[in-house]
Design a protein around this ligand. Structure first.
Ligand SMILES: *Cc1c(COP(=O)(O)O)cnc(C)c1O
Length: 229
């Protein structure tokens, strides 16, 4: 857990981020409130997250199932309307815990995960909202469906696994300008009739909104720098 950064200013950073989101919505001609801010609280302890909850933030993103399981049940008892988003890679043997804990899963990216989620959703009677992660940069080390396989994978989620997919998610390569990746994700979503677009992080969320993002995932701009992995 990160204890090196002072987080006294989480409420003001959060307010500034929300203001920038509303400004980006306006300049893109989008409806105000169209974009959901997912506050990425990975690596931060409950006491760092609490000021954001007190300031009214309700959607939070975590990238590890185990870490989320350790932090969120207690916070949720006090803030029952929290909406928890899984934004990190999911292993099929954690599908049961992911379905139990998360309201939205952004990282569906292969048949084995789709199948495991479908089974858990049936068994638990829960229906988390689902996004398919796309590897827009076709980076070998990165999770996500290659762009040319997206249409077939979405059809398989629907037809073979009975899953309703809300949208697409991407993490552009760190060393490239993100705009072409946002544009590609938007194109893939539109041609498959999907409304959701999870794209944009601290450094580029305003640009992502210009390209149609419905969910931006913002961590360090709100909570401060994370320790390097
Ligand atoms: C950590 C993370 C973020 C947030 O990154 P920041 O640059 O801190 O805003 C967004 N999306 C994913 C998938 C992440 O893992």
């Amino acid at each position: 857990m990160n204890t090196t950064e002072p987080n006294d200013d989480v409420p003001s950073r959060l307010a500034a981020t929300l203001k920038a989101i509303r400004r980006a919505e306006r300049s893109a001609g989008r409806t105000e409130g169209d974009v959901t801010l997912v506050a990425v609280s990975k690596t931060f302890a409950a006491e760092d997250i609490e000021p954001a909850l007190q300031a009214g933030q309700r959607a939070f993103g975590e990238n590890r199932v185990q870490e989320a399981k350790a932090k969120w049940p207690a916070l949720r008892e006090r803030y029952p309307d929290v909406e928890l988003h899984l934004i990190g890679p999911l292993q099929s043997n954690k599908a049961d815990e992911a379905v139990a804990l998360f309201d939205v899963i952004h990282t569906v990216d292969r048949a084995k995960i789709a199948q495991a989620l479908a089974k858990e959703m049936r068994d638990q009677g829960k229906t988390p909202r689902l996004f398919v992660q796309v590897n827009t940069g076709e980076e070998p080390q990165k999770a996500g469906v290659p762009p040319r396989e997206v249409d077939a994978f979405l059809a398989s989620c629907r037809n073979d696994h009975g899953l309703a997919i809300e949208g697409l998610m991407c993490i552009p390569p760190v060393d490239e300008t993100p705009a072409p990746h946002f544009a590609l994700l938007e194109k893939l979503a539109r041609r498959n009739g999907l409304k959701g677009l999870s794209m944009g992080m601290s450094s580029d969320f305003a640009e992502a909104i210009a390209f149609g993002a419905t969910h931006v995932r913002v961590g360090s701009a709100i909570f401060g720098a994370r320790p390097k992995p």
